[in-house]
Design a protein around this ligand. Sequence first.
Ligand SMILES: [Zn+2]
Length: 244
Amino acid sequence: MGDIPNFFISQPRTINGAPMFKKKIGFDEFNELAVAENTFSLMWFNDYSGTAIKTHEKTIVIDPVDIVKGPRPDMILISHSHFDHYDARVVETLRQKETVIIASKEVRIEGAKSIGVGDVIQEDGIRIFAEKSVHPGEMPLTFVLELGNSVIYHAIDSQTFDGMREIGEKYKPDVAIVPIGIAPSTSPDAGARAVQLIRPKVAIPHHAKRGFEEFESKVGELAPETKVVVLRKGEIYTYSAGMP
Ligand SMILES: [Zn+2]
């Protein structure tokens, strides 16, 4: 038996440049990451809204599905009950004794704090604001996360709506994570229009298997002052307050 060249072992298979890690996605690098103050690191880990965020002190996981292990979260956020956003088994797997779970009112998890549009929950210096989502479902949410000096707007799988302009003006997000596919009325173009309304410094496309390049070029037309960061699954992006 000949040796298998290393290339074939270490090279992930890809669809449109995004590695197909799915359930095998590795969190080791993320877990060991040391994050400076006024900085956060962010990782997208499935085809949907699955996002892990790490600050100097805390780890937050949003809508974890399609993983069998992950970081030890101080906080888990659940936007709505659709299967691509909420999997009770994954929540139970990730959950530690002290993990604070914040979930849309439509999601029933024992010990979780319920949150609805307009509500704010403050935990350990992190503020979570629940905002509107235009998406089928009972009470779907989008989230604003205030992490010290930085603000992230996570648009989950909402379609683009006019109120995103007010969300942009109110919170002035540094980073916006916008959907560009899979959910109703989402697309690379719609995602770029969301960026145009929100006007973040950095835009990260998600909730898609393809269309990343299209999104990037459309943002270049509609919101040239926003920098697009296309994350491959499992890749870590680090943002420091005040960037870019
Ligand atoms: Zn949904």
